[in-house]
Design a protein around this ligand. Sequence first.
Ligand code: IMP
Length: 425
Amino acid sequence: MLGMRKGKVDALLGIVFGDEGKGKIVDYFTPKYDIVARFAGGPNAGHTIMFGGRKFVLRSIPSGILGEAGLNIIGNGCVIAPDLFMAEAKELEDAGYDVRGRLHISKRAHLILPTHRVLDRAYEQAKGKRRVGTTGKGIGPTYSDKASRTGLRMGDALVGFQEKYARLKARHEQILRDLHYTDYDIAEEERQWMKGLEYMLSLDITDTEIEINKALREGKNVLAEGAQGTMLDIDHGTYPYVSSSSTVCGGVCTGLGVAPSSIGEVFGIFKAYSTRVGSGPFPVELTDETGDLIRKTGSEYGAVTGRNRRCGWIDLVALKYAIMVNGVTQLVMMKSDVLDSFETIKACVAYEKDGVRTEDMPFDTEGWHAVYKDIPGWLTDLSRATSEGELPAAFEAYISFLEKELETPITIISVGPDRAQTIVR
Ligand code: IMP
């Protein structure tokens, strides 16, 4: 495994549909970094982390808060819901973690208003069958306001906020009336939201892009903690079935205010199989008992919504595309042990539609079927392996096959949920 470089921003990115298990790996990485920063997304993410024998689901707060990272940053590319943020922060404080002293929030991060969440529901309802299956956290409407130049930023809360808030809320209410979506009551939610905002204002709201660049000049290293995955990226994902932020490596630069030349390692994290939450094309989806077995063995249920995750075989078309778009330098493979009981496993090596075959990610991923290559399973309990030497030959062959196809080294292999079940090569 290549070392983490001082004075650089390393990116840890989900490179498929999110839920790759970044939480476990971030926990493994964070002691090595001075700063851990989130650059995109908001409470639609749910990074499940086991720490000190306790389970935490972090949504907006960087995972470094649980480790030793001196500073954690919520960057300008993120969107924040103050009520949910406060609940998350208080849970951490109750468990003894110092949030106040170790978290800075960008003045430029956008605020998710209660009415953004109502709009999320209203837009989804209006889309009917073509709904995205969002997490309902108001992500799309908030990024829409950002792009429309009507949004409210964290820094706006520092002066004359109530008037700005009332103006944006009135605008949202007008849209909701136009959509005939009027059956909602956000009075209590709004009270909690204002309390949350007050709490946030007692924390450090700063120019995080200046702080990060200063730290880099001082030779400190930064881990940019991704959220969601490349296939949910607003530009490069399976549009329109995507989230609304830049989840790719380019999003690290815009979402933190750092130059492309400051990017060091790009760790691309993926699972030994595929999952997807929400609607949209998924050529490798298994709607049979094999899919059910993967879901059950891998506990593939949404961390934020509790929904069943759709499951399928590994998709090399998507992975190759994501490696290209992100400039992935090292791969991290999660949940290898979930496939222990399969005599044969499959890897999607191409897509096919109407007699046309492609190995490149098509513009419109709808209607394509997966073309598979069969690979002998290892039929061994991987979860006991603690070093590379203990891995069965058939699994080693699978890793070599993936590395050859993906032209990128797999430097970390996870074989179970525990920190100790992590093999570094
Ligand atoms: P939104 O981000 O709530 O707008 O949802 C857009 C799409 O991204 C939906 O298909 C969600 O299920 C999916 N999505 C959003 N966040 C995550 C995540 O953290 N993991 C996996 N899927 C996500």
